[in-house]
Structure formats: structure tokens, C-alpha cells
Write a protein that binds this ligand. Structure first.
Ligand code: ADP
Ligand code: MG
Length: 220
């Protein structure tokens, strides 16, 4: 669908993105933890579910008045409530998204894409991941690139987000043959090869949630 308003996402939709991500994390909690048991310490699903459950409780307690306030609340909650490496990484992602989105009550496609790229930049600043290190970066970076490319080509935000979700899924799958060079999994050296990265898996859920909640009607 196209037309006025179809490519603008309001605070309800942005909050819906967070809620859909929390729902997917809960649904995939055991899978995320199982993936982390193979190459980490078996807590990624537990960490993310704890953090996102706390983030939703914080949003329910007081409705944020701007995109900046919404994502700041989510980011701060994740930093304080999510354990492990993923807490500060996801926390930084959302804090940067909020700072870039600003004190607005809606975002257009390019505005959302700019905020998400700032989130990616925050993850890079925090964790120093590079392409091929077998981390959440390997799903998030292709997703952000696909979102930008789609919008540049004139696609609707929904179509660009669906392309971003497909890119995140492909990036997640591409972590399987990689040898980990960051985080706990890197301690395993060659034994990390052949396993899907848990953080890249949760990022694929984050981008899928964006396509569902922000992609407009008729998606999926
Ligand atoms: P921990 O490894 O501390 O137990 P989690 O299990 O919650 O934390 O999260 C692990 C995920 O964090 C990994 O699968 C990887 O995607 C991501 N990760 C770890 N270190 C880094 C890093 N330096 N940069 C980017 N992502 C990282
Ligand atoms: Mg872990």
C-alpha cells in the first residue's frame, strides 16, 4: 500500500515494534539459549527475555511522549536489566536510535533508517565487531544496508523493511560457518564453526519485528 501516511510510523507503531520484538524473544527464548549453550554460556535467551520483559513493564508504567523518550527508556532498561554482552550492546543500540530519532512523535522512512543506522554505529562503537566476526553485527549491518538501499530505490518503508528482514535472516544464517572473533564464542576458536550465532539470531527477530510492526498493512 502506498499513499500519504503509509510511510510514516507514529509512537504507537514504534512502541509496537518493541512489543513485537519482546514477544518474539519470549517465543524464541529457549532457541536463543540453546544456540548460546553451543558456543557460549547458555544465557542469551534468558538475558534478552529478562531485559525485554523489563522494558515492556517500563513502557507500561508511563507512556513515553516522544521517540527519543521511548527508545531511551528501552535502552536504559536493557543496560541495567539484561545480563551479558548483549545488555550493553542492545542497550547502546536503542539509546542511539532514540538520540537520533529525537523529540518527535513520528518518523518517516528515511528518519527511521537513519535512527537504525545510528543504532548499528552504537553497536560498533561498543563492541568493535567487524564483518565476519560471528556476532549480531553480521545480521544487523546487512539489514541496515538493505533498508537504506530499498528506500534509495523508492520502495515503501514496508517493502524496504521486508528486504531488511530477509537480509538479517541471511546474515544470521551466514554466521554458521564463521569462526567467532568476538565475545565468549571466540574462546572456542575453530570449535565455534558450524554453529549459528545467538546474537545474530536475536537481531533477525528485531528486524522481523520491525517489518511486522512498522511495515504497514498487508505485510507477511
Ligand atoms: P554473553 O556472551 O556475555 O553471555 P549473551 O549470551 O547475552 O552475552 O550474548 C552473546 C551475543 O553477543 C553473541 O552471540 C554475539 O552476537 C554478541 N556479542 C558478543 N560480543 C560482541 C561484540 N564484541 N560485538 C558485537 N556483538 C557481540
Ligand atoms: Mg551468553
Amino acid at each position: 500500500m502506498t499513499g500519504a501516511g503509509a510511510d510514516t510510523v507514529d509512537l504507537d507503531a514504534l512502541g509496537g515494534w518493541i512489543r513485537e520484538f519482546a514477544r518474539l524473544v519470549g517465543e524464541h527464548r529457549d532457541e536463543l539459549t540453546r544456540l548460546d549453550s553451543a558456543i557460549g554460556d547458555a544465557d542469551h535467551g534468558i538475558n534478552m527475555d529478562r531485559g525485554m520483559t523489563a522494558a515492556i513493564a517500563a513502557l507500561d508504567a508511563a507512556a513515553p511522549a516522544s521517540a527519543a523518550a521511548l527508545f531511551k527508556k528501552v535502552g536504559m532498561t536493557l543496560v541495567s536489566k539484561t545480563g551479558g554482552a548483549s545488555g550493553p550492546l542492545y542497550g547502546t543500540l536503542f539509546l542511539r536510535v532514540g538520540a537520533t530519532a529525537g523529540e518527535v512523535d513520528e518518523l518517516d522512512g528515511p528518519g527511521f533508517a537513519k535512527a537504525l543506522r545510528a543504532g548499528l554505529d552504537g553497536v560498533v562503537a561498543r563492541g568493535k565487531p567487524e564483518a565476519g566476526d560471528k556476532t549480531m553485527f553480521d545480521a544487523l549491518a546487512p539489514a541496515v544496508d538493505a533498508l537504506d538501499a530499498g528506500l534509495d530505490e523508492g520502495a515503501s518503508l514496508g517493502a524496504a523493511l521486508r528486504a531488511a528482514s530477509a537480509a538479517a535472516d541471511a546474515g544470521r544464517d551466514a554466521t554458521i560457518p564463521m569462526q567467532a572473533r568476538k565475545g565468549r564464542a571466540s574462546y572456542l576458536g575453530e570449535r565455534s564453526v558450524g554453529h549459528q550465532d545467538p546474537g545474530a539470531t536475536s537481531v533477525a527477530l528485531l528486524v522481523a519485528a520491525a517489518a511486522t510492526a512498522l511495515g504497514g498493512p498487508g505485510q507477511r
